[in-house]
Design a protein around this ligand. Structure first.
Ligand SMILES: [Zn+2]
Length: 377
């Protein structure tokens, strides 16, 4: 599903998602719903859990930039609160202004954490800010960009039919956002800096809203990550009711190595449980002798020597010998090898079908190749 964070007054992305029949949650923005306050801890926790649930296929976050704007010059507009050098606010700020700085920082931090969580569950995450927003310098923004290997594009408002000079910048987890990129070569756009509408509001505030062409282009980009099953405007507080009743077949997706997304669910064996008796004995022994904490400690200390001694290993090797008493097993580690590959090979030879079925296809090929190379077969 699509999550529209800081959707804006008229929620153009949610409108475009609806038009494209894309499943989406109700847009989140304090602008039209006073209860959508991300600084509310309970609400934020709910959003973060949702982001970790795997239900959100794509999130687009455009947290407010007004306290990060470099447009806030002393030209009649609101005064600037921070600069690149003073990202946490100028020393001269009043208590009220300091609070504005702290709150805007926390809003961005929470938004970035949600983006990271969605990406970690295999989804798409995008963050938008004006190109000149100092928010891009926030550690949490940089964490999102680095941790999720984000792509970055800038796009001018005039590319989307608006006659003013403004660049939106987007950091997102897919290179599909390159479709948004553009360049403005006009010289005659309206200058709205510091100018107000008759009701006293600043024109620059209006330019935060996406034109529909821009919104549709973004929805096009996220469409591979979201479902289309007529779930429109789903209530954010009741997302748990959308979770699959059968988490085995449709559990959360996780990135569990080599860039592959899987359900990583091993609660039900995929084939004959060949090692069941061995595994049960070993887990009991590991817990009884606290070997697992020893391994964790060794990892934390970046220890390069084996974390388990030969003496500690012996009962495990005896178990293998006992379980496969009819097979001749090789327990030695040849000089040029780091592991007991010969043992693995003899186990594999003793029951090739069962063992090989447990390996994923791509790994199976690599495993057999590596094995035959190492053992000079
Ligand atoms: Zn232009």
């Amino acid at each position: 599903m699509f999550l529209d964070l800081f959707a804006g007054h008229s929620a153009p992305l949610s409108c475009a998602a609806k038009t494209a029949n894309i499943d989406h949650f109700s847009p989140f923005d304090i602008e039209f719903n006073a209860t959508c306050d991300i600084l509310n801890d309970d609400l934020f926790e709910n959003l973060l859990k949702l982001a970790h649930s795997g239900l959100v296929g794509a999130v687009w976050s455009a947290p407010p930039c007004r306290f990060y704007s470099t447009l806030r010059k002393n030209d009649g507009g609101p005064p600037p609160l921070r600069s690149k050098e003073f990202i946490d606010g100028f020393p001269s700020l009043s208590t009220y202004q300091k609070r504005q700085v702290q709150e805007s920082k926390e809003i961005h931090r929470r938004s970035d954490l949600i983006c990271i969580a969605v990406f970690q569950q295999g989804g798409f995450a995008g963050k938008e800010q004006p190109l000149n927003s100092i928010a891009w310098k926030e550690p949490s923004s940089q964490q999102f960009v680095e941790q999720c290997s984000c792509y970055f594009v800038a796009t001018p408002a005039c590319k989307w039919g608006l006659d003013f000079f403004k660049y939106w910048a987007v950091a997102a987890t897919s290179d599909h956002i390159s479709n948004l990129a553009g360049h403005c070569s006009h010289r005659d756009h309206m200058d709205f800096r510091g100018k107000r509408l008759p009701d006293g509001s600043y024109i620059s505030a209006l330019t935060a809203e996406y034109p529909s062409a821009f919104a549709s282009a973004i929805i096009d980009i996220i469409s591979p990550w979201v479902s289309k099953s007529s779930l429109m405007n789903q209530d954010l507080s009741t997302w748990r009711s959308l979770l699959s009743r059968n988490p085995i077949s449709k559990g959360p997706r996780i990135t569990d190595g080599a860039g592959d997304i899987s359900s990583a669910n091993w609660t039900i064996p995929q084939s004959t449980d060949f090692f069941k008796s061995l595994r049960q004995v070993w887990i009991k022994r590991i817990l009884a002798t606290k070997l697992h904490t020893k391994v964790v400690d060794a990892c934390q200390r970046h220890q390069s020597d084996p974390s388990i001694s030969e003496d500690e290993l012996l009962p495990f090797l005896n178990d293998i010998q006992h379980s496969f008493s009819s097979t001749s097993l090789h327990f030695t580690i040849p000089d040029h090898q780091p592991f007991r590959l010969q043992l693995l090979h003899s186990l594999y030879s003793s029951s090739p079908k069962t063992l090989i079925q447990r390996l994923p296809p791509y790994f199976k090929k690599a495993f057999l190749l590596e094995l035959s190379h190492s053992l000079n077969l």
